[in-house]
Design a protein around this ligand. Structure first.
Ligand SMILES: Cc1cc2nc3c(=O)[nH]c(=O)nc-3n(C[C@H](O)[C@H](O)[C@H](O)COP(=O)(O)OP(=O)(O)OC[C@H]3O[C@@H](n4cnc5c(N)ncnc54)[C@H](O)[C@@H]3O)c2cc1C
Ligand SMILES: NC(=O)c1ccc[n+]([C@@H]2O[C@H](COP(=O)([O-])OP(=O)(O)OC[C@H]3O[C@@H](n4cnc5c(N)ncnc54)[C@H](O)[C@@H]3O)[C@@H](O)[C@H]2O)c1
Length: 467
């Protein structure tokens, strides 16, 4: 029986454990915090639960435009209930994962793992576990999966104190909503929290080191978000690199690299993450992390050392729960000799959970505009969609990209309140190489937002095949 040891119980680790157990391996999973990992306990699940509450407040506000009013004009936020719900749901989800992996026969150890192999190049790997109860156990493994994830990056001079200067993991311990929150860093994490707190009625100031928010996402989508921020009074301070965050009597003072200063009540640091790869004994087996500390892997999750795989955020390959889980499963299928398709990043659908949401899949507009990928494009504003009008949606759009000659769909963007759901047909088209003609001929419900997808595809059909 193949002995498999998995370091880390996040989506990469626990999904791998399930696959390995189902394929008759002897599996031990080591995790110090709780199953589901940082994803379930601190990052993805809590933030999306908080965003669900902020979305409920937005719906109450937006309902007024549709003629529905509550007796009081004010919508109160019960922070204790919101935070309690966030933490409770995370713990419940973690417990669900724990019972699922246990049911499959996985041995779970609560502790911290590291390589303890005496020399490099051994056929079997030694993994030492510093157990939470103070004990130590050493395991012998034929295959090891490193799935240790990442933690919030700490900016020197802006060390979080959990009171006024916060990482996103400390937000749900605040006794009240901040009066004025400065969000430092305008990547996906930063804009999701900026949007959620804006929708909660908090005054928010975004500190963006670039000329726009979401520098790595679709520029038109980022522009929509900036419009919404402007309409809701959320200021975006651009070309602004925070150098230091200082505590004051009433809150925080943020010192920017160009000498500007921004005052706020609380500062939320969303300046990226660092992989948890420093203290796991990689040097003992001969794995050299890259400059960012990430573990290099190939498309079936192999590291440079035979029998050692890595998956998830510790590899730096698209930091998404869905990708982490797929890398973990692929690693196990490969290690156990099952047929496996290498991971295809161009088919990954992702969503930014702002208000409105931004969902993307496949080739980006930027890759097309730069000439890197030849494609025809269409952009349909939702404002012309009948269902959007009925729902009072003024902003948002849908983009579809296809190959110039064949019409095969290669990518798309959706900006809409439920973009995370609307992206699926485009993702299916990209994954299965479906053409715009096929999508155009598909019945969509009338009236529906997805009607804009079939309409977009009809527009892309109108072309000269001899182009
Ligand atoms: C605020 C936020 C929101 C996000 N929202 C989304 C989202 O909506 N959708 C999405 O797809 N992705 C989202 N992500 C990204 C997603 O959370 C990560 O991609 C995902 O958690 C990666 O899974 P993982 O298994 O690699 O690592 P993690 O979930 O980080 O799990 C790794 C685990 O390894 C454990 N560990 C560390 N060191 C050791 C050791 N030495 N021994 C044993 N165990 C160890 C840790 O305790 C941790 O529990 C979000 C990220 C952030 C920061
Ligand atoms: N909905 C989701 O799926 C979701 C949500 C959150 C995060 N994630 C994943 O996590 C990844 C990381 O996102 P992230 O936003 O945490 O990190 P990031 O590294 O993408 O963004 C951090 C931002 O902070 C800026 N920054 C760094 N130092 C700064 C400073 N001193 N002052 C001002 N700005 C500074 C950087 O320029 C960057 O734009 C994403 O790419 C995504 O894959 C996904």
């Amino acid at each position: 029986m193949t002995r498999i040891v998995i370091m880390g119980g996040g989506p990469a680790g626990y999904e791998a454990a399930l696959v390995a157990a189902q394929n008759a391996a002897e599996v031990t999973l080591i995790e110090p915090e709780g199953l589901g990992g940082a994803c379930v306990l601190y990052d993805c699940v809590p933030s999306k639960t908080f965003i669900a509450s902020s979305g409920a407040r937005s719906s109450a506000r937006d309902a007024r435009e549709l003629g529905i009013r509550s007796r009081s004009e004010d919508t109160d936020v019960d922070v204790a209930v919101v935070h309690g719900r966030v933490k409770g749901l995370a713990l419940a989800q973690s417990a669900d994962v724990r019972s699922r992996v246990r049911r499959e026969g996985v041995r779970v150890l609560t502790g911290r793992a590291r390589f303890t192999s005496p020399t490099k190049g051994m056929a079997q790997h030694h993994v030492g576990v510093d157990l939470a109860d103070g004990g130590f156990e050493e395991l012998l493994a034929d295959v090891v999966l490193i799935a240790t994830g990442a933690t919030p990056r700490i900016l020197k001079g802006a060390e979080p104190d959990g009171k006024r200067i916060l990482t996103w993991r400390q937000l749900y311990d605040l006794p009240e909503l901040p009066e004025h929150l400065a969000v430092i860093g305008s990547g996906v994490t930063g804009v999701e929290f900026a949007s959620a707190y804006t929708e909660m009625g908090v005054k928010v100031t975004m500190i963006s080191s670039r000329d726009r928010v979401l520098p790595h996402e679709d520029a038109d989508a980022a522009a929509v978000l900036e419009e919404v921020f402007a309409e809701r009074g959320t200021e975006v301070v651009k070309h602004a690199r925070a150098e230091k965050v200082e505590r004051t009597d009433t809150g925080v003072l943020i010192h920017l690299a160009d000498g500007r200063q921004v005052e706020a009540g609380h500062a939320l640091m969303t300046v990226g993450s660092v992989p948890n790869t420093a203290d796991i004994g990689l040097e003992r087996i001969g794995i050299e992390p890259d400059r960012g500390g990430y573990i290099p892997v190939d498309r079936v999750s192999r590291t440079s050392v035979p029998g050692v795989y890595a998956a998830g955020d510790c590899t730096g390959v698209l930091l998404l729960a869905s990708v982490a889980a797929m890398q973990g499963r692929i690693a196990m299928w490969h290690a156990l000799g099952e047929g496996v398709t290498p991971i295809k990043l161009k088919t990954v659908a992702a969503n930014v959970f702002t208000h409105p949401e931004i969902a993307t899949v496949g080739i980006s507009q930027q890759a097309i505009d730069s000439g890197e990928v030849p494609a025809r494009t269409v952009m349909m504003p939702l404002a012309t969609n009948p269902r959007a009008k009925m729902e009072g949606l003024r902003r948002g759009f849908l983009k579809v990209f296809c190959r110039p000659q064949t019409g095969v769909v290669v990518g798309g963007v959706v900006v809409a309140p439920n973009a995370s759901e609307l992206i699926l047909p485009i993702a299916m088209a990209v994954q299965n190489q479906i053409t715009v003609d096929n999508l155009a001929a598909t019945f969509s419900v009338y009236p529906s937002l997805s009607g804009s997808l079939t309409e977009a595809c009809r527009q892309l059909m109108r072309h000269d095949d001899l182009d």
